[in-house]
Design a protein around this ligand. Structure first.
Ligand SMILES: [Zn+2]
Length: 58
């Protein structure tokens, strides 16, 4: 099942969204975006938990 994530769900003023075929690939894309757009070099565990909760099945 395709998974999707939208940055605005994290309370960021950011319209970026992404999707992938599994959570692992999705997290890779989110990590890249977090580093390049939000200057988050490594996503803290607490934020990861929040991200996982906001991941949706498409
Ligand atoms: Zn963003």
């Amino acid at each position: 099942m395709t998974k999707s994530f939208t940055c605005v769900d994290m309370g960021k003023d950011c319209a970026w969204s992404t999707r992938a075929n599994n959570v692992y690939d999705l997290m890779q894309r989110i990590s890249w975006h977090a580093e390049h757009k939000h200057d988050i070099k490594e996503i803290p565990e607490k934020l990861k938990e929040k991200i996982k909760v906001s991941i949706r099945d498409v």
